[in-house]
Design a binder for this molecule. Structure first.
Ligand code: ASP
Length: 333
């Protein structure tokens, strides 16, 4: 296991609402922690149940498979007592507000609340009310911090496994993010973490789906880390070390942003031919769920360069690391 300089960094956060507040050292703490957790996940070594008896409640107002299940698996592996609440099957359907729900869950023993909501900012509202730790599991189009961290972890293990995860280990690497950036909390959070690790990030899609990113790119992430925005797929793919295809988020599209799915697939779908124009062996990522045949061809999604299944597995280790860091901050005097 890599012992990085990151271990000298202190973790400062009781909540994880976005990655924009994480220093490179704190990102390194998560990645190093996740590396240790992979041994636990693989069953290779015993680990103290650092969350033994801690009430972890998942509160999901939007559909999810991998994020919700991996938080549950992560919390259980650490010994937590896990309760899952799906808004559609709770008193939310009777009109209960988010804040009432949060207060109720806290009274029922929740000490860590993992929340997904269609409203950008909802986890911040919850964190203002909740006495324990709130983890954002995706809010609207705003942020998906643990997804960005697991993506970064996956890239670290493949592209720079011996490098310090708190350092610029993706310097000189190019990562292309393709598709529906407009509605993507994954793209927004990844922009922070990837540029923090030194990657050159290219956002590419039809003009209607990258709207607003151009202005952000010029100012740069955090006011200082520029990235590239283009509608030119060939330019985005050229020399890319990793390509992340995004799901077309039709549930968030309020206007006719695309002529048709077939046309989108024809012009921007990640096919084998297109992938062959990236760097040989370029990694293929997708946050899931995938629309195979739309943003990504089935043979690419399931091909030798795809690390999509690894991303899912890494999600458990990364979420274990995050829960452990937050819990320590929560109970710190
Ligand atoms: N699962 C990811 C999210 O919740 C990506 C997606 O749904 O397209 O944002």
């Amino acid at each position: 296991m890599t012992v990085a300089a990151a271990t000298a960094t202190a973790w400062r956060h009781r909540h994880l609402l976005d990655v924009d507040v994480l220093s490179p050292g704190e990102i390194g703490l998560v990645l190093n922690g996740a590396l240790g957790m992979t041994e636990v996940v693989a069953g290779g070594s015993a680990r103290t149940a650092t969350l033994r008896g801690v009430g972890v409640t998942t509160l999901f107002y939007e559909a999810s498979t991998r994020t919700r299940v991996s938080f549950e698996v992560a919390a259980r592996r650490l010994g937590a007592e896990v309760v899952n609440v799906t808004a559609g099957a709770s008193s939310v359907t009777k009109g209960e507000s988010l804040l009432d729900t949060v207060r109720t869950l806290e009274a029922l023993g929740a000490r860590m609340l993992v929340i997904r909501h269609s409203g950008s900012g909802a986890p911040y509202l919850a964190a203002g009310q909740f006495g324990g730790s709130v983890v954002n599991a995706g809010d609207g189009r705003h942020a998906h911090p643990t997804q960005a961290l697991l993506d970064l972890y996956t890239l670290w293990r493949h592209l720079a496994p011996d490098a310090d995860p708190a350092g610029p280990f993706l310097a000189g690497r190019k990562v292309a993010i393709l598709g529906d950036a407009l509605h993507s909390r994954v793209a927004r959070s990844n922009l922070w973490t990837l540029t923090s690790a030194g990657a050159a990030v290219w956002i590419c899609g039809p003009a209607t789906l990258i709207d607003g990113f151009g202005a952000w790119a010029t100012g740069g992430i955090g006011g200082s880390r520029p990235f590239t925005v283009t509608t030119d797929l060939a330019a985005a793919l050229a020399d890319a070390d990793a390509v992340m295809a995004l799901r077309l988020q039709r549930e968030r599209m309020t206007a006719g942003l695309l002529p048709s799915l077939a046309e989108y697939a024809a012009r921007y779908g990640l096919t084998r031919d297109r992938l062959s124009t990236a760097r040989p062996g370029a990694l293929v990522l997708h946050p899931g769920p995938m629309n195979e045949g739309v943003e990504i061809a089935p043979d690419v999604a399931n091909g030798p360069q795809s690390v999509v299944t690894e991303q899912v597995a890494n999600g458990v280790a990364v979420r274990m690391a995050v829960l452990e860091l937050l819990n320590a901050a929560r109970i710190a005097p």
